[in-house]
Design a protein around this ligand. Structure first.
Ligand SMILES: [Mn+2]
Length: 327
């Protein structure tokens, strides 16, 4: 049973069962160490790779940020916050952690340039996919550029054309941005040749991008604008109808309203809320096969951890939805 030292719900005697840090000599294991900096604070013994059905891959890459920076600190802040997420999920009436969640070390990508770094990531992520088999990969960014290599690696391993569900304030359909073809503002455009897209929550696009939307609309590209999402839930049906199978989910945290997640590089008013978003995503995980996901663009604000916690809890929720039958 996965466990962590801070979970005292098992009573005062649970101390003897607390997992210790594997690399430590036996004589040091009982000391009051802090939780490991892994997802949920799980240590190696309670979340071994072999038994995990989900793997967390931190990719603290930031190369082409255009406005506020800081996404490099995203993965660490998510892991830090995740240590305080309750393991029991009231909505699911279970502990999604029982699926097994293993946190991998972070990828440190080349600084030779964004094109080189993204080529390196596509290669490394592909190797990772081959190695993890049926496990569910969860990439923690980092800027949104990192989603393109991940999507391309998934697409290369599926004979059916994959669908990408993109939760985002921005369409990211620019053909390059500020001279960088593999920019955070271009990740979706870089994948249109290998995947269909359903974009939800969009509320900031350029004239160049709206031309792409109009040209491709209904032909592998569907946009649910943020202002369509408030009257009723009809947009959920429209998004699901457009969504193929299998699905890769990319969550740019600026999808959420900045009142919930102000800690991001390019915040836009009028974004998604918590319960409506969860309702939609639970349907997605029930009605489609989600083969991988990422959460990107969190730029933590020092001393203000609510947005970090929201992202950590969202990821835990989604892992719960992914393995719902087994919760
Ligand atoms: Mn965005």
């Amino acid at each position: 049973m996965p466990n962590r030292r801070s979970d005292d719900s098992q009573g005062p005697d649970a101390g003897s069962e607390h997992p210790s840090h594997r690399p430590l000599p036996a004589a040091l294991r009982g000391l009051p160490w802090e939780l490991p900096h892994t997802f949920l604070g799980l240590d190696e013994e309670s979340s071994p790779f072999e038994e995990a059905r989900a793997v967390i891959l931190p990719v603290p890459y930031e190369g082409t940020t255009s406005y506020g920076g800081g996404t490099r600190g995203g993965p660490r802040a998510i892991l830090e916050a995740s240590r305080y997420v309750e393991l029991y999920d009231q909505e699911l009436d279970g502990e999604p952690v029982s699926a097994g969640i293993h946190t991998l070390p972070a990828f440190e990508l080349t600084r030779a340039g964004s094109t080189e770094a993204m080529a390196e990531l596509e290669d490394a992520y592909g190797t990772l996919l081959d190695a993890i088999g049926p496990r569910f990969p969860v990439l923690l960014g980092g800027e949104h550029a990192v989603s393109a290599p991940a999507i391309r690696a998934h697409a290369a391993r599926h004979s059916d054309r994959i669908s990408v569900l993109q939760l985002d304030a921005h369409a990211d359909l620019r053909d390059g941005y500020e001279g960088a073809p593999w920019s955070h503002a271009s990740f979706a455009f870089r994948c249109l040749d290998v995947a269909d897209f359903v974009q939800v929550g969009i509320r900031a696009v350029s004239a160049e991008e709206i031309a792409v939307v109009r040209e491709r609309s209904g032909k592998g590209l569907t946009v649910v604008w943020a202002d369509e999402m408030w009257e009723d839930d009809a947009w959920m049906d429209r998004a699901l109808e457009a969504l193929g199978n299998p699905v890769y989910l990319t969550v740019d945290v600026d999808y959420f309203d900045p009142s919930l997640v102000p800690s991001t590089g390019t915040p836009e008013p009028g974004g998604g809320d918590w319960y409506r978003t969860l309702r939609f995503l639970r349907r997605v995980f029930r009605e489609r096969t989600v083969i991988g996901m990422d959460a990107v663009e969190l730029a933590p604000t020092p001393g203000f951890h609510a947005p970090d916690f929201l992202v950590a809890k969202l990821i835990y929720k989604l892992i719960g939805y992914r393995f719902e039958e087994g919760v």
